[in-house]
Design a protein around this ligand. Structure first.
Ligand SMILES: Cc1ncc(COP(=O)(O)O)c(C=O)c1O
Length: 365
């Protein structure tokens, strides 16, 4: 008998585990008759801020909006520069570009795949208005070094992949001026649609974000600054509240699976997922590196194990960001990672026999 294929992610399994709570949460909203800007948003904001260890959470429509509106709230606009990385999804750059500001790209560290703090100084200019590092795949950046290199320049964290990641034992959400989350369905804490949030300890920034997420209104129909609509739906807020109590257990399970994969990989030619000395990653993805990517993916496919590539092409080499003028070879670590990285199955609902099968396939490559 051939064994069942193992998907690289399977949201149906997670839903089956929380079906009762999620359906009750949706029903609560349906019965309330309030679908935006009501008690589920307020409840989620309080619970997410408490989880992250911050004074405020501002619920928004997506992670991209969380980044974009945070930069906008900091006053960033045309002519300004924001230092970030190209080892990310293009959303990080979109959030900057959309304000008329310029993404200034630096390479990532070859061990942790996150922003290399030693490269910040050379890119600082009188136009630098923020630094936007990305906690990639749930692995927190080297926060202390980045904050030291940034000096007075605000550091905004893209934690869209890092719900519950720990930096030196504390939530990687309490550093810098603000931390931005996506609750895209595949995330460690995922909505059943799009949603996002910003957490911060800065009262004025939180206040500004609350204006910006709804047309700049300080009261109903009274706009004090031009903005847009980035409200989180009540149904998504209620679903996130239903799932949040599970997040730590899910992350612990991801970490336990990651240890199994690390063990299986040791002694092979594969490079295991990054794990810097300061990090307790949330393992949104578990990635391996191999210069023989096609052969590796083929071997796993033959064993019935699905894989993916995140990300096959860095934004600076894509048509949208050619105008920035970074050619091939300009960010060599980022480009090598994009050539060699493979996402293997990683989600809390993987069964023990599936984990055994994945480990066996890793060992035998
Ligand atoms: C690193 C990173 N930044 C930003 C985003 C954008 O989040 P969203 O899809 O919620 O807009 C994502 C989501 O995929 C992401 O992974």
């Amino acid at each position: 008998m051939t064994e069942a294929p193992i998907p690289w992610i399977d949201l149906k399994r997670q839903y089956a585990g929380v079906k009762g709570e999620v359906e009750a949460a949706i029903q609560r909203v349906l019965d309330s008759g309030w679908f935006v800007s009501a008690s589920e948003n307020e409840g989620f904001e309080q619970e997410w801020a408490a989880y992250c260890g911050t004074l405020h959470a501002v619920a928004l429509a997506s992670g991209t909006d969380a980044l974009n509106l945070t930069l906008k709230a900091l006053g960033i606009g045309p002519g300004d520069e924001v230092i970030t990385v190209a080892f990310t999804v293009s959303a990080t750059l979109d959030a900057i570009h959309d304000l008329g500001a310029k993404p200034v790209l630096i390479d990532v560290d070859p061990v942790t795949y996150t922003l290399d703090p030693s490269q910040i100084a050379a890119k600082l200019s009188p136009h630098t208005k923020a630094i936007l590092p990305v906690h990639v795949y749930g692995h927190p950046v080297d926060l202390d070094s980045i904050l030291a290199a940034a000096g007075d320049i605000p550091v905004v964290l893209d934690a869209c992949e890092a719900h519950g990641a720990l930096y030196k034992g504390v939530q990687a959400s309490t550093h810098g001026v603000a931390t931005c989350y996506s609750f895209y369905p595949t995330k460690n804490l995922g909505a059943l649609g799009d949603a996002g949030a910003v957490v911060t300890n800065d009262n004025a920034l939180a206040e500004r974000l609350r204006l910006l997420r709804q047309h700049g209104w300080d009261r109903r129909y009274h706009s004090v600054t031009p903005s847009l609509n980035s409200r989180m739906d009540e149904i998504q807020a209620a679903i996130l509240r239903a799932k949040l109590p599970y997040l730590d257990d899910w992350n612990d399970r991801r970490r336990a699976i990651a240890r199994r994969f690390d063990e299986a990989i040791s002694g092979t030619k594969l490079t295991p997922a990054p794990n810097g000395p300061w990090a307790d990653p949330a393992y949104y993805f578990y990635v391996v590196l191999t210069p023989q990517r096609d052969a590796f993916r083929g071997a796993l496919k033959d064993a019935g194990i699905a894989t993916d590539v995140s990300w096959p092409e860095p934004p600076h080499l894509q048509p949208a960001y050619e105008y920035l003028g970074y050619g091939k070879g300009s960010l060599p670590v980022t480009e090598r990672l994009c050539d060699q990285v493979v996402t293997i199955p990683m989600f809390p609902d993987l069964t023990d026999p599936e984990i055994d099968r994945i480990c066996a396939a890793l060992r035998s490559f």
